[in-house]
Design a protein around this ligand. Structure first.
Ligand SMILES: Cc1cc2nc3c(=O)[nH]c(=O)nc-3n(C[C@H](O)[C@H](O)[C@H](O)COP(=O)(O)O)c2cc1C
Length: 201
């Protein structure tokens, strides 16, 4: 299903076409496409080139691994994400490998990698739905995550599906219009909260 953004200023096609569905087609994602998604993440910028992102991935070709990943999502998310052929967990390394100091922007860098991965996914005709709703302690336990790493997010990946396949409430969300804040709510100038003259209406 298409649900393009309605930007006030023209943006790249891969950005306007991206959205987060909960209905996925059962069609598997080709391995070469998945590898291109990981490659897009791999070439993201990061503070000191630390590349603090880590991903744990499960595909339906390997049902045991897929179920392990799925079991780390909160119940609501698992209920719809189980329709996607690929599920993934995003983790970060909290300290710099060189020097061992705390990396204040470890989560920022995972976000950027996911942003790039999602742009590549859109270009490949795929959809992504990211999730804060995971069970971090379970991720630690199931996948034996070292202390210095922190489970952050989950993500479902696949081809778009039929909204009619979803329960009623989710179906309504699936077809609801997409909304965004106006520039003057988040682009500031001389003081926090004061819109930059660049964007004043
Ligand atoms: C970091 C992050 C966490 C999210 N967590 C959840 C989640 O746990 N469950 C869910 O259904 N959607 C989740 N979402 C999806 C957002 O609700 C969605 O991106 C937002 O409503 C904007 O819609 P769009 O992506 O279709 O533009 C999350 C998205 C992001 C980026």
């Amino acid at each position: 299903m298409d649900k393009p953004a309605k930007p006030n200023h023209e943006i790249l096609d891969v950005l306007s076409r991206r959205w987060s569905p909960r209905a996925f087609d059962s069609r598997p994602v080709e391995q070469d496409k998945l590898l291109r998604l990981f490659e897009a993440a791999r070439w993201s910028a990061s503070s000191f080139n630390e590349q603090p992102w880590r991903f744990i991935v499960g595909t339906k070709d390997d049902p045991e691994q897929y179920e392990k990943v799925l079991s780390c999502l909160v119940e609501f998310n698992a209920s719809w994400a189980s329709g996607a052929p690929v599920v993934m967990l995003g983790l970060t390394k909290k300290t710099f490998t060189r020097g061992g100091k705390f990396n204040r922007v470890h989560q920022h860098d995972l976000g950027l990698a996911m942003g790039n991965l999602s742009a590549q996914a859109t270009a490949e005709g795929l959809f992504l739905h990211q999730m804060a709703g995971i069970e971090p302690d379970r991720v630690r336990e199931v996948f034996n995550v070292p202390e210095d790493f922190e489970p952050q997010t989950g993500c479902a990946i696949g081809y778009g599906g039929d909204p009619q396949s979803l329960p009623e409430k989710m179906r309504d969300d699936e077809v609801a219009p997409r909304t965004r804040k106006a520039f003057d709510e988040f682009i500031f100038g001389e003081a926090f909260g004061k819109p930059s003259p660049l964007v004043q209406r």
